[in-house]
Design a protein around this ligand. Structure first.
Ligand code: NAP
Length: 277
């Protein structure tokens, strides 16, 4: 199975804007859309899929199961609900959004829907190397994908090695770190960008492509969607790649999934989102 290496992410795109943004992204050339049950916009993604004029098989659609929908039966029902919202009769990739609560029960539902042909590939997100080793080792089907925060300041080098070893494809969420730590003004990235007559965003996405990482970029502006898509006409040198490698802090720009405080944060998030998904 093939996955388009550059995808369009719709996290934090409102219900009002989402259909238009996905239609624009598709018109620019994106064929891979990354949503989630907890983004509250699966229905609008579905509207764009219906209206874009492409055949279903020309698009690669990912959604993620929210923690509150974990557990074998609940997960199964929630994915069927996601399919109804997106008006599709199969989903290309379904991920477990977070490594908390009954992710084993949820994963078994993914396996069964995969075997039934309702899901073309299955995987996880935010799984640290140990949890990925666990879920890959004790199930019938190892995850095909693990989507983790990956950007120049948090490069996931060791995590990617662990994924390669287990034949799990790494995907990068927040490739720009949502602009945190002045990523769009970083002098090292700027120097490389100027050398290639490209932007910092393009250098980051190109760097991910050259590391064989599937990247999910989000923008609500069509000119930036285009800019982020124009990364297949240049190549970073080994020296450029080394300079970017030096920027790694090996630390999340958001939060560490392996602390009890993060688990507490997700428990609160589940409460806040109850009844809204
Ligand atoms: P991101 O893609 O790193 O950054 C998005 C931000 O960068 C937006 O503020 C956007 O602004 C800006 N931007 C985009 N292109 C730009 C450009 N060329 N120049 C300047 N600014 C630019 O962050 P993200 O949305 O958090 O992550 C991307 C996708 O990953 C999400 O949409 C989602 O699909 C996925 N994700 C998954 C998880 C997970 O837990 N699995 C978590 C977070 C994200 P405008 O929109 O205003 O253009």
């Amino acid at each position: 199975m093939k996955i388009p290496k550059l995808g369009f992410g719709v996290f934090q795109i409102t219900k009002e804007e989402c259909e238009k943004c996905v239609l624009e992204a598709i018109s620019v050339g994106y064929r891979h859309i990354d949503t989630a049950q907890s983004y509250f916009n699966e229905e609008e993604v579905g509207n764009a899929i219906s209206k874009c004029g492409l055949k279903r098989e020309e698009l690669f659609i990912t959604t993620k199961v929210w923690i509150d929908n974990y557990g074998y039966e609940k997960t199964k029902q929630s994915i069927l609900q996601s399919m109804r919202k997106m008006k599709v009769d199969y989903i290309d990739l379904v991920l477990l959004h977070q490594p908390f609560s009954d992710y084993y029960g949820a994963y078994h539902a993914l396996e069964d829907l995969y075997e039934a042909g309702k899901i073309r590939a299955i995987g996880v997100s935010n799984f640290s190397p140990d949890r990925l080793a666990d879920i890959a080792s004790f199930n019938k089907i190892a995850p095909h994908v693990n989507q983790v925060e990956t950007n120049p300041f948090n490069q996931q080098v060791k995590a990617q090695e662990n994924m390669i070893k287990r034949s799990v494809q790494i995907e990068a969420w927040a490739p720009f770190g949502e602009g945190k730590s002045n990523m769009f003004q970083n002098p090292v990235l700027k120097e490389i960008a100027d050398k290639h007559d490209k932007s910092i965003a393009q250098v980051i996405l190109r760097w991910l492509m050259q590391r064989d990482i599937v990247a999910l970029a989000k923008s609500t502006h069509i000119e930036r969607m285009k800019e982020n898509f124009e990364i297949f006409d240049f190549q970073l040198s080994d020296e450029d790649m080394c300079k970017v490698a030096m920027l790694d802090t090996n630390t999340s720009l958001f939060f560490n999934h392996q602390t009890p405080e993060t688990v507490d944060m997700f428990v609160n998030m589940i409460e806040e989102r109850k009844g809204k998904i």
